[in-house]
Design a protein around this ligand. Structure first.
Ligand code: 13P
Length: 337
């Protein structure tokens, strides 16, 4: 018999419910220093701690953001960082009613004897780190593992991805953090939408099996799936209604209604595409809160508008608010371009 620690159960349910609240979704701003550096370099900025701080400060101090954003995922550096005026980044979020979150995985490395696939590091010492993150104000966590359709995917890669997610989810819950469970099925490849559905069904089946084995409390988790679409190199272009039909079919077949929220990643879709697809999924009621946890689809136009220039700081925040509002409407099925 496996015994689950229950100390945080009520709080986990409460936190998950707060994040999965009507008309709101998650701002993913947890790029590693390397990835954040690439974003900054795309607008001619050097990848320094100061520049990363200024950019994250722009995001978290956007006036009115809390109306559309219920949670923000940070990289460890940001969780412990202050704004230029000395205020904690986490405080900027909580005063707007936004729950602070933390990326807790340690990134992807090659998986031996697979088809060039990867596995996600970070379980060693995760319990201690989660306790520290909770003390610093984080109330939810993210762990991103990937599945490559183009590479197979191999059975060992699927199993490792699912088992790692389940172990992480159990550890995060025991430390009071709501785990976002993210097996990202990559968009890369020339496969059709039916193949994507098949692989997504396989990875979610396995992930839920291991989460059940590990006594994860489903009422206290959030999912971060990729939408079910054809591969990026496929010639087929499908309308939002088709993406919605396939994605909801996958979710209904694999995800228990106990799970409060489905927070999609954008995965390389354009800002408009990801909003339209989310809107299509919310044209009729779902058993869960179906919403967003976008990074690129919320930040692309912010970076383009800001350009790293102090005089564009406000305009950058307005660009963020515009995308956040569009996705908020899409969460309620009311987006009209
Ligand atoms: P994208 O929305 O840019 O895919 O990023 C979401 C995310 O946080 C992936 O883990």
């Amino acid at each position: 018999v496996v015994v689950r620690a229950t100390k945080y159960d009520d709080e986990l349910i409460q936190t998950a419910g707060k994040i999965a609240s009507k008309g709101r979704g998650i701002l993913a701003m947890d790029e590693s220093n390397a990835t954040c550096g690439k974003r900054l370099e795309s607008i001619g900025l050097e990848n320094t701690e100061d520049n990363r701080r200024t950019y994250r400060e722009l995001l978290v101090t956007t006036p009115g953001l809390g109306q559309y954003i219920s949670g923000a995922i940070m990289f460890e550096e940001t969780l412990f960082q202050n704004t230029s005026s000395g205020k904690k980044m986490t405080e900027c979020l909580t005063e707007q009613g936004i729950v602070p979150g933390i990326k807790v995985d340690k990134g992807l490395v090659p998986l031996a004897n697979s088809n060039g696939e990867s596995w996600c590091m970070g379980l060693d010492g995760l319990d201690k780190r989660c306790e520290e993150y909770y003390k610093a104000g984080a109330r939810f966590a993210k762990w991103r593992s990937v599945v490559s359709i183009a590479a197979g995917p191999s059975q060992i890669a699927l199993r490792d991805c699912a088992y790692g997610l389940a172990r992480y989810a159990a550890i995060a819950q025991n430390a009071g953090l709501v785990p976002i469970v993210e097996p990202e099925v990559l968009l890369d490849g020339d496969h059709d939408i039916d193949r994507c559905l098949e692989v997504q069904e396989a990875i979610w089946a396995e992930t839920f099996k291991y989460m059940a084995d590990n006594n994860v409390m489903f009422e206290g988790i959030l999912l971060k799936p990729a939408m079910v679409t054809p591969g990026a190199d496929s010639k087929a272009k499908v309308p939002p209604e088709t993406v919605a039909k396939y994605t909801l079919k996958m979710l209904r077949r694999r995800v228990p209604p106990a799970v409060p929220g489905i927070m999609f990643l954008s995965g390389g879709q354009s800002e408009l595409e990801s909003t339209l697809n989310l809107n299509a999924m919310n044209q009729s009621p779902n058993p869960w809160h179906v919403s967003f946890s976008y990074a690129r689809a919320l930040q692309n136009s912010v970076l383009k508008t800001w350009q790293g220039k102090p005089e564009n700081f406000k305009a950058g925040q307005e660009a963020l608010l515009k995308r956040a509002k569009a996705n908020s409407l899409a969460q309620m099925g009311q987006y009209d371009p």
